[in-house]
Write a protein that binds this ligand. Structure first.
Ligand code: FHN
Length: 432
């Protein structure tokens, strides 16, 4: 991939056959569950609460004593994921607050040693996933508001009182120890999802500048691929892919769009498989006051548009401190599952289609079949640039033909009113 950022990553990385196979699986999977869960969920104010409220390190460290998710049932989560039509889970093994949700020897600041619950939730999840053939990814924060050896501090966290000044090289060693544990004690791991790179970039209040530290990606990525060659590496750094990465993710924006400030510019789009992550409401971690729950239409249209880019959708839930998922989130996931049971053929295993996505439509393609997803109720829709020769064109799931005509610029579809679906009207085109 010509866009790869050279020099920082795993030098001369050649993905193994297992890795290439895993990339193909990933590309076909299309839908996964993102989980932001940690001791912050107790406060019900999102995963950035430590930073947003400038909670001193020693005060925040009292939180784990209250974390006792006795209602957590890994099998129930995995069943919910399967019913939603999702193929994988990406869970926060350690977020920016530095608290490890797994059994680690690298620090006592973890779920087994510091909470009354005392059990490893990642282990339980890994076992349940294995049983049900759901793949598991670990989110791993590069940035850390807790550790002294995360020094120099990043641009976030400087307002959090109570830090010492440790050694950066110790921090890198700490991460390597934890990543080794994550890739040794939980069976086959589908991927590691890094986040927080941007914390160590210069920031003038408006835009990012140069990177201030060496993340040692060369060693870290190599370690991961040596331990588990199939393990896919993604990094939410909001720049073009770095050597050694296996997929590119886009936060809260479709590839190449930047409506949120977290997006990635057109010029940073590489050729690795894509993943877009989005929240089911407005928050990643559990937030008591969040009322921005997305509708079924918004969520379905998001996966459709993501697939129109050839991208997966990683849809987030923030479990409650007791280990349960909010009812309204469960309901949304169920609706997605119902929709995918009917229409999954037009999403799973597809690649980006020849036109769009636009606000009106997205297209996906599998071999000689193109699926046109119409996202607005209109009698006439023009698919710009579509010029392939058509053998047959029907409303998806029926034999009923769609009235259409070509002009110099594309394909004009005339949609019968009684065939218009308020969420997504799907047209199936078989090419000659
Ligand atoms: O700061 C994090 C945030 O808490 C969350 O984890 C998201 C998920 O994509 N990523 C970061 C912001 O880029």
């Amino acid at each position: 991939c010509s866009l790869l950022v050279q020099g920082q990553g795993q030098k001369n990385y050649q993905p193994s056959p297992e890795n290439l196979e895993a990339r193909q699986w990933f590309q076909d999977a299309k839908f996964g569950l993102f989980v932001h869960w940690g001791v912050y969920s107790i406060l019900g104010d999102g995963e950035w609460v430590m930073n947003n409220q400038n909670i001193p390190v020693d005060a925040y460290e009292k939180l784990p004593a209250f974390f006792n998710p006795i209602d957590f049932d890994a099998e129930e989560w995995v069943k919910m994921v399967k019913d939603a039509g999702m193929k994988y889970i990406t869970i926060t093994s350690r977020h920016h607050d530095g608290f490890s949700m797994f059994d680690t020897k690298a620090s006592d600041y973890n779920i087994v040693d510091s909470t009354p619950y005392g059990k490893d939730v990642l282990k339980q999840l890994a076992d349940a996933c294995k049983k049900e053939d759901i793949k598991l990814f670990f989110y791993y924060s590069l940035l850390d508001w807790n550790r002294d050896d995360y020094y120099p501090r990043g641009r976030t966290g400087t307002g959090i009182p109570g830090r010492g000044e440790g050694e950066w090289k110790n921090y890198i060693e700490f991460m390597k120890t934890q990543l080794t544990e994550l890739l040794t004690n939980y069976g086959d791991i589908a991927g590691i999802w890094f986040d927080g790179h941007w914390d160590q970039k210069e920031w003038d209040g408006k835009k990012f500048g140069k990177l201030k530290v060496d993340w040692h990606y060369n060693e870290i990525y190599k370690l991961i691929h040596d331990l588990q060659p199939q393990c896919l590496i993604g990094n939410n750094h909001h720049i073009a892919p770095i050597e050694g990465e296996d997929f590119q993710m886009f936060e809260k924006d479709l590839p190449g769009r930047n409506t949120t400030g977290f997006g990635t510019s057109e010029s940073d789009i590489g050729q690795l498989p894509f993943e877009v992550c989005e929240t089911i409401n407005g928050s990643w971690g559990f937030n008591l006051q969040d009322r921005k729950h997305k509708s079924e239409k918004e969520l379905v249209q998001y996966i459709v548009k993501a697939a129109g880019y050839g991208s997966n959708l990683l849809l987030n839930v923030g479990p409650m401190p007791n280990g349960k998922i909010q009812d309204e989130h469960k309901e949304s996931l169920k609706q997605m599952g119902d929709w995918l049971r009917k229409n999954g053929e037009t999403i799973y295993g597809t690649k980006a289609g020849p036109s769009g996505p636009t606000d009106e439509y997205a297209t996906t393609q599998k071999g000689k079949t193109i699926y046109v997803h119409l996202l607005q109720n209109k009698d006439v829709v023009f698919i710009e640039g579509f010029n392939q020769r058509i053998k047959q064109i029907t409303y998806y799931g029926t034999q009923q033909k769609v009235t259409h005509e070509f002009n110099d610029y594309g394909l004009l579809l005339k949609i019968q009113e009684d065939r218009q679906d308020p969420i997504d009207t799907i047209i199936e085109i078989t090419l000659r």
